[in-house]
Design a protein around this ligand. Structure first.
Ligand SMILES: [Zn+2]
Length: 394
């Protein structure tokens, strides 16, 4: 008999997220499409047919998670983590796994279960609440490490009944967590969650879900390769460098990737521990933050002011953008960092897909190729992917 623990985000996470909803703050649609598409060609012959036959979907829908930021207040926090909030590199105080993070940063509440829906209302009766003291956090953290929990595909965390105080153990009672961690972003935890789901989808040979999860994990993994997705100063707003986010991840790739970058990145390889891998990616991204900021400042102060911004026709609009020569100077000052992060995104994505396939039992995709070209309508309707991260009314 197990009870459900629901992930609840603080309202502040929602507030925080709304400040990041701007079209020009992401790898750019160009970059996401390119990374997802190119990653297909890193796959081994046993797996590549599945991805090749769905390559248009994988390319076009690479940007869905960014589009979803406008419709779901829970989405934005999945695209970044403000690591510097927590101290200094390598941030050993930040739990690498979400269940553990819940224990360290969490508060527990028991509530009466009402009809199951995807958004848990905070308005139901709270019967019991506990703000953990340090000893309790340690205890819960240890229990979680001891794998007494089970994270299921629906995003719920099932805990032993013994975790609930005796007087509240009833079948209609739920244990709910609130936590203060993800107001600073939950990108690494979200990647782990997606990897688990993708592996499960392979096990079940659920091809539409495999394609959709593969497409979307490509988005989040690419975001994880961008240094500015790992810092509170994500758009240079704290250092007077507003706009640097799009300059780095949209403008530079759009100008130079197609003609100048080398996308022969090698084969996809098996990843022994994907949780560690996601954290390594993010920590490496974060290690570049200082350079991303300092080089931009250097170029801006040394480059002829009149030649920094140009006006370009974009559809019906005229847009002010960094001039080509100026962008090139910034790119050169960073010694190929943008290209390198993009190349690593592509190789990492192929490897993540490949690893999920292996861990999912390496189902034979070639034997069923006729079934594999996925019906796009079906994929788009299979929207069971929302993490159980309900809003509160605080
Ligand atoms: Zn994103």
């Amino acid at each position: 008999m197990r009870y459900k623990i629901v992930f609840v985000l603080f309202a502040i996470a929602i507030v925080n997220s709304s400040s990041k909803n701007s079209d020009d703050e992401f790898w750019g649609f160009f970059g996401h499409r390119l990374i997802n598409k190119t990653a297909v060609f890193t796959l081994p012959v046993d797996l590549v047919p599945l991805y090749k036959s769905n390559i248009d979907f994988i390319t076009e829908h690479s940007v869905d998670p960014d589009k979803r930021r406008y419709s779901s207040p829970l989405e934005a926090v999945r695209h970044y983590i403000d690591l510097d909030i927590f101290g200094t590199y390598p941030f050993d105080n930040v739990p690498r796994q979400f269940p553990e993070a819940l224990a360290v940063f969490g508060e527990a509440h028991i509530v009466t279960r009402v009809e199951r829906d995807t958004v848990v209302s905070w308005e139901r009766d709270v019967l019991w609440s506990e703000v953990f003291d340090d000893s309790k956090k340690e205890q819960w953290s240890q229990e979680i490490k001891g794998k007494t929990y089970k994270l299921l595909d629906d995003g719920f965390l099932y805990m032993p009944k013994s975790w609930i105080p005796k007087e509240y153990r009833k079948s209609n009672h739920e244990l709910i967590f609130t936590e203060s961690l993800t107001e600073y972003g939950m990108l690494p935890y979200h990647l782990s969650l997606y990897q688990g789901r993708l592996t499960k989808a392979f096990k079940e040979k659920n091809w539409p879900i495999v394609i959709r999860l593969s497409t979307e994990i490509g988005h989040y993994l690419s975001d994880a390769h961008v240094p500015l997705h790992t810092t509170e100063n994500y758009n240079g707003q704290l250092t007077g460098q507003d706009g640097i986010h799009a300059f780095w991840e949209s403008r530079i790739p759009e100008l130079f990737a197609t003609d100048n970058y080398d996308f022969f990145v090698g084969r996809a390889t098996y990843i022994e521990d994907t949780d560690d891998f996601f954290w390594d990616v993010i920590l490496e991204s974060h290690s570049h933050v200082a350079e991303v900021l300092s080089k931009e400042l250097e170029i801006r102060n040394s480059f002829d002011k009149d030649k920094q911004y140009c006006f370009e026709e974009r559809g019906a609009n005229t847009t002010r953008l960094e001039c080509r020569a100026y962008a090139e100077a910034y790119q050169d000052a960073m010694a190929g960092m943008v290209e390198d992060r993009m190349r690593k995104s592509i190789q990492a994505l192929g490897s993540v897909w490949y690893t999920a396939w292996v861990d999912g039992g390496s189902p034979d995709v070639r034997a069923h190729l006729s079934e594999l070209s996925v019906d796009t309508t079906q994929v788009l309707q299979s929207d069971s992917l929302a993490i159980q991260a309900p809003t509160s009314n605080q």
